[in-house]
Design a protein around this ligand. Structure first.
Ligand code: NAD
Ligand code: UDP
Length: 318
């Protein structure tokens, strides 16, 4: 396959930096565009010497001018405390960011992939969630800037496809974890591991019986690149996630076991609109992409624990 010039927005973030690595390993030229709101230069510092890698500090709410063959649009804070920090900015990032990458894709005739989310299903009343489920989303709650922003981005992708023939691909990502998450990211896996390693109380929100399905980052990146390479005319949306479903209490106990920590569980109030359950149906990804996740939760957690352990040992989490 000829090598491509690929733009990754949000490329200095958790998933984006793994994606940049994989695309470079495949021999491509990669432009990582990021405003460094939640992304970190440390995530990509080892790529800076590669002549096929370029970092551009830029905000996707501003137009983007460059030449490229493919675009992965990941720019958007993903952790609830971070996307709720400035909800209006989060909405702009989702909507203006989508408009800008779609405009760029139209001009360059580039294939463009949107990192959508299981949050488009809201607090789902259908379980597990297939792509055909239209969701149950609060349009004016504290998660709406993200959920509705991502839904509007999907709308724009499909309208550019219908109206201008833009070559789109939409993946709906379910909870993904792994090395390179920020220690202060605020999502459950990084919170529990950091708390367990530091011997601090492990904060379970609500009664801890809500569920999530956790996908290790290498599996997700494999699914995303397969989707980018999928047959003409297959737009998705397609779910990418690991169907193994766990309560937050089960996750907390597993993290305590794997770290050997003696931290205590403490219960905190459940945030507003926190989904009660979430698990992907991944049959479509299996059929169209030949994809299924391969890393069990315990193995992925051990790799993530080692990453945060090294970070603490070197004092670089400050
Ligand atoms: P992350 O916060 O680590 O990465 C997001 C990146 O986007 C960061 O580098 C951040 O600096 C950058 N960014 C934010 N706003 C920007 C802007 N206005 N202009 C330019 N860059 C901007 O989160 P992540 O977990 O790596 O998520 C990446 C993408 O995948 C996001 O779009 C997220 O919505 C989506 N997603 C992630 C998950 C998950 O579980 N990790 C689940 C569903 C969807
Ligand atoms: N959660 C928790 N303790 C934490 C952080 C999160 O119990 O320290 C819970 C949160 O209420 C939610 C689940 O873990 O039910 C997943 O939260 P996260 O923010 O990781 O992702 P999302 O809610 O966006 O799926």
């Amino acid at each position: 396959m000829p090598h491509k010039r690929i733009l990754v927005t949000g490329g200095a973030g958790f998933i984006g930096s793994h994606l940049c690595e994989t695309l470079l390993e495949q021999g491509n030229e990669v432009i990582c565009l990021d405003n460094l709101f939640t992304g970190r230069k440390e995530n990509i510092s080892h790529l800076m010497d590669n002549p096929r890698f370029e970092f551009v500090q830029h905000d996707v709410t501003e137009p983007i001018y460059m030449e490229c063959d493919q675009i992965y649009n990941l720019a958007c804070p993903a952790s609830p405390p971070h996307y709720q920090h400035d909800p209006i900015k989060t909405a702009k990032t989702n909507v203006l960011g989508a408009l800008h990458v779609l405009g760029l894709a139209k001009r360059c005739r580039a294939r463009v992939l949107q990192a959508s989310t299981s949050e488009v299903y809201g607090d789902p009343e259908v379980h597990p969630q297939p792509e055909g489920y239209r969701g149950y989303v609060n349009p004016h709650g504290i998660r709406s800037c993200y959920d509705e922003g991502k839904r509007m981005a999907e709308t724009l992708f499909f309208d550019y496809h219908r109206q201008h023939g833009v070559d789109i691909k939409v993946v709906r990502i379910f909870n993904t974890y792994g090395p390179k998450m920020r220690p202060d990211d605020g999502r459950v896996v990084s919170n529990f591991i950091m708390q367990a390693l530091k011997g601090e109380d492990v904060t379970v929100y609500g009664d801890g019986r809500q569920t999530r399905s956790f996908c290790y980052v290498s599996d997700l990146v494999d699914g995303m690149t397969r989707m980018m390479g999928s047959r003409d005319g297959f737009t998705g949306p397609v779910n990418l996630g690991n169907p193994g479903e766990f309560t937050m209490l089960e996750l907390a106990k597993l993290v305590l076991d794997l770290t050997g920590s003696r931290s205590k569980l403490v219960y905190k109030p459940l945030p507003q609109d926190d989904p009660a359950q979430r698990r992907p149906v991944i049959d479509l990804a299996g059929r169209e992409l030949g994809w299924e996740p391969t890393v069990p939760l315990e193995d992925g957690l051990l790799l993530t624990i080692r990453y945060f352990g090294n970070m603490l040992a070197s004092g670089s989490e400050e």
